[in-house]
Design a protein around this ligand. Structure first.
Ligand SMILES: Cc1cc2nc3c(=O)[nH]c(=O)nc-3n(C[C@H](O)[C@H](O)[C@H](O)COP(=O)(O)OP(=O)(O)OC[C@H]3O[C@@H](n4cnc5c(N)ncnc54)[C@H](O)[C@@H]3O)c2cc1C
Length: 276
């Protein structure tokens, strides 16, 4: 026998709601804002918790779209990382592609979604830091309401879900992504160092750097970044000191990194700045 199941109520496993349209997800969350969202489920699987009810997002095609213009791409929150890698390898910013390639083994990347990676509740994954440096924004929606926020300012309200990630497609001439230790589980001891820069005619047009310590402490050097933007290249030793000094004066650097971690953070950044 064949037939179509009704949209919001299609239930293949008891308690697992499998809406097929975004509007139905928003309705379900309006009625019960605490309903857990299951995207790729890789984080949930690791919890081993039993949930009597949850909303699975895999059937919602609106959440899997990739819509691209010359200047940006909007990526649906429920698109799996491996799929995004496949469709976007020619136009997504290189640091993002590199971050996706490091998101665990292929079976995890086949399931894990970009929205799930951004929303893991206990901390931050490296891909979210890369998206932050790329100045990505996310669309957050709940019934009758939508807003765009920078990725560093996500504060999901009950009943709200992340629907799209908007990634500017500006080319960065230089970038680095270094991961020390295991980024997952988030409680592991780890350090991620990310930097991007744009160089034009021996001039530093743009520079951003971020350091994620143990998945929870994030260092940004915004003042130092803007101080050296506009400098001619190669950077002088004084320019390097401006940035490295800002890093070393950052309280999180002294508090949450041991000697090896501090050395890794400073030396990778120094090396990056020297290559510009
Ligand atoms: C074996 C293993 C190895 C891993 N290795 C790495 C690694 O090396 N590097 C790395 O970075 N990560 C690693 N991970 C973590 C993995 O990247 C995350 O589990 C994954 O990104 C989460 O995405 P998901 O779609 O599976 O989310 P889910 O498990 O479905 O959900 C995760 C959380 O996000 C919420 N959520 C999901 N989608 C939305 C949405 N659209 N709006 C609002 N909230 C939402 C859920 O409610 C839940 O709280 C690993 C995971 C496993 C299991």
């Amino acid at each position: 026998m064949s037939g179509r199941t009704s949209r919001a109520s299609a239930i293949s496993t008891p308690g697992v709601l499998t809406p097929q349209a975004l509007g139905d997800v928003l309705q379900l969350l309006r009625r019960d804002p605490e309903l857990p969202l299951w995207a790729g489920g890789t984080w949930w699987m690791d919890r081993g918790e039993h949930r009597s009810r949850l909303v699975a997002l895999h059937g919602v095609s609106e959440l899997k779209r990739v819509v691209r213009s010359d200047i940006r791409v909007d990526v649906g929150a429920a698109i799996p990382i491996a799929r995004l890698r496949e469709v976007g390898s020619h136009f997504l910013p290189e640091p993002l592609v590199a971050a996706m390639d490091r998101m665990g083994p292929p079976p995890v990347r086949n399931l894990a979604t970009i929205g799930g990676a951004i929303c893991v509740p206990e901390g931050t994954l490296p891909i979210a830091v890369v998206l932050q440096l790329l100045e990505a924004k996310v669309e957050l929606r709940r019934f009758g309401h939508s807003r765009w926020v920078p990725i560093s300012k996500i504060d999901l309200a009950p009943g709200e879900l992340l629907t799209r990630v908007r990634i500017p497609l500006r080319t960065r001439t230089n970038w680095m992504l270094h991961q020390f230790g295991f980024a997952y589980p988030i409680t592991s001891s780890s350090l991620t160092v990310v930097a991007t820069a744009s160089v034009e005619k021996d001039n530093l047009e743009e520079f951003h750097a971020a350091f994620l310590i143990d998945g929870i402490h994030l260092i940004r050097l915004r003042e130092a970044e803007s101080e050296i933007v506009g400098r001619s290249l190669p950077l002088t030793e004084r320019d390097l000191r401006t940035v490295l000094g800002a890093l070393e004066n950052e309280p999180l650097y002294g508090k949450h990194l041991d000697n090896l971690g501090r050395w890794r953070a400073s030396s990778t950044l120094r090396q990056f700045l020297r290559t510009l």
